[in-house]
Design a protein around this ligand. Structure first.
Ligand SMILES: [Zn+2]
Length: 74
């Protein structure tokens, strides 16, 4: 183990851009490297792309289409 002061600073990779950033209470954008990355991430989650529940779509449409397809076949 090294006793360098760097060990005191926990560094994480920004989930948005992958840049190393210090994970500390001092960094109000953590775990992001900057306000921009944080806003981008929030924007992504607020966007319709994340709002549309693809999981629900699959579970509802898949069995239905499968059963319907079978019945129509016979
Ligand atoms: Zn970033």
């Amino acid at each position: 183990m090294s006793d360098s002061s760097a060990s005191l600073q926990r560094k994480v990779k920004c989930p948005q851009c992958g840049k190393e950033t210090v994970f500390a209470p001092d960094n109000k954008f953590r775990p992001f490297c900057s306000e921009r990355c944080r806003l981008i991430d929030l924007g992504d989650w607020a966007s319709e792309a994340y709002k549309i529940p693809t999981r629900e779509n699959a579970s509802v449409q898949d069995p239905e289409a499968y059963q319907r397809g079978e019945e129509e076949d016979t």
